[in-house]
Design a protein around this ligand. Structure first.
Ligand code: ACO
Length: 428
């Protein structure tokens, strides 16, 4: 058997260079190109990093060909069926699931106790105009958290890292609720720590300032157990996803040695874009635009038109060349909630299913391996949970928070160098 190396030959000079292959526990190996420039005097060119691994990681694993996603080696289908989101937070940031239900309840309770915000931070929301997108308010507020928690993490102090992460995970639902309520001119509702992590979030969105849930002209505001369970699963499905654009942003910013909350604030901005987490909001706008399942064919023809930059939102993925396993779970969850009596927007649900049916049989989508991604069905469920559309991407932020925290911890602990790619200069 040959050595685990690859040889690169420069055909113009006839020089050959050997590079080590890095072993991994799953998935493709990587060529160690760290010394490529030093050895050869040339750079590698990979815009969009389609073939580049920027780090080594033990947090999540994606097999895009077979539609598999693991957190710390465990399939997400198992995690979503058996564990609460707060258990998943523990799995991602500390590497361990709770041992038993007592430990699970303790984790949830600790997070609830950390959910309050400093009054000074709350004033920030008042500075933003009505109608500001909650994602904009949120990234500013998360950046500002670093002014209240000034302590940087000691590289060898595990407790400090864990506290940084728990504080962030605990406060993000409060920040999201306050971002939203301020954006529509509603007074804030403070956390009610007698409620679980997920239920408390729905409470902060729905309650009146006197802390009561009341029937309004818009309908019932009581929190249904099914709603809490569904939102819990949605958070779990978004908890981590390898080196996507926002996680890479978080790692890159953290590599400069900045405060972890500043790095996470940058990740929130990266997630906001419609090619990434912002797609969930756009999917709903697209369903509304299509308006009727009978218009789907016309719509798909437009998506395929090369002269039209229009894309089918919630479809396609850089890594998945198969059905996104998160979308599969969400589709099942949508059907399950409808069966159990949670009121769905049937028109949207029918349009989405028709899009999927047409697209998966169409040559354009088959050739390019375009399948529904995590954002395709999540908005329909969130609407059924009475979550306003402008909160869809902030909900993604709550779910992704344990992943970003775990990735920051892993990156800093690895002693990674500052991220500093090169360029191919084409100027004067
Ligand atoms: N609708 C129509 N065509 C598409 C779509 C789509 N949603 N996605 C990709 N394609 C086509 C492209 O036009 C391209 O076709 P071509 O080879 O004829 O030029 C081909 O498929 C490959 O597309 P790329 O843009 O090269 O794929 P990339 O990996 O760079 O982009 C992305 C992935 C951004 C997710 C893309 O599929 C997309 O824009 N999807 C819609 C937005 C979306 O749903 N984003 C959420 C992704 S999940 C997440 O981030 C949480």
């Amino acid at each position: 058997m040959g050595k685990n190396t690859v040889t690169l030959t420069n055909n113009s000079t006839n020089e050959s260079f050997e590079f080590d292959l890095i072993e991994c526990t799953r998935g493709p190996k990587a060529i160690d190109f760290g010394k490529l420039f030093e050895k050869t005097g040339i750079f590698s060119y990979d815009p969009g990093y389609a073939s580049t691994a920027g780090c080594k990681s033990t947090i999540s694993y994606i097999d895009g060909k077979n539609g598999v996603l693991l957190y710390r080696g465990i399939p997400i289908q198992d995690l979503v069926a058996k564990y609460k989101f707060t258990d998943i937070c523990s799995l991602l940031i500390s590497g361990e699931l709770p041992k038993d239900s007592t430990e699970s309840a303790e984790i949830d309770l600790e997070l609830r106790h950390l959910s309050f915000l400093h009054e000074g931070l709350i004033n920030i929301f008042k500075a933003f105009p009505d109608g500001a997108h909650p994602m904009a308010n949120l990234s500013s507020a998360v950046g500002a958290l670093s002014t209240f928690y000034k302590d940087y993490m000691e590289i060898d102090n595990d407790d400090e890292y864990q506290m940084m992460a728990k504080r962030m995970i605990a406060k993000i639902p409060t920040l999201v609720a306050f971002s939203y309520r301020n954006s529509i001119g509603y007074p804030n509702v403070y956390p009610d720590i007698s409620r679980s992590y997920v239920e408390n979030f729905l409470f902060m969105l729905r309650a009146f300032p006197d802390g009561k849930l009341k029937r309004t002209l818009q309908g019932e505001v009581e929190i249904d157990k099914l709603e809490v369970e569904a939102l819990d699963k949605i958070f779990t499905l978004h908890a981590d996803h390898g080196q996507n654009a926002s996680t890479t942003t978080v790692r890159n910013v953290a590599s400069t040695g900045v405060h972890p909350y500043a790095a996470i604030s940058a990740g929130i901005n990266a997630l906001w874009g419609p090619s990434h987490g912002g797609a969930n909001e756009k999917v709903l706008a697209q369903l509304a635009e299509i308006d009727d399942a009978k218009n789907v064919d016309k719509f798909i023809a437009r998506v395929k038109d090369k002269n039209d930059p229009f894309r089918l939102m919630g479809f396609g993925h850089r890594v998945y060349k198969n059905y996104d396993p998160r979308a599969k779970v969400l589709k099942g969850l949508k059907d399950d909630l409808a069966k159990k009596g949670i009121k769905m927007n049937n028109k949207f649900s029918d349009i989405a299913e028709k899009i999927e049916e047409v697209a998966l049989k169409d040559e354009y989508f088959i050739e390019r391996n375009l399948y529904p991604n995590v954002d395709f069905y999540s908005g329909i469920i969130l609407t059924a949970l009475k979550i306003p559309v402008s909160l869809f991407t902030p909900i993604f932020v709550i779910g992704r928070m344990p992943g970003w925290c775990a990735q920051v911890i892993e990156h800093i602990k690895s002693g990674a160098r500052i991220t500093r790619p090169r360029q191919v200069y084409e100027g004067k």
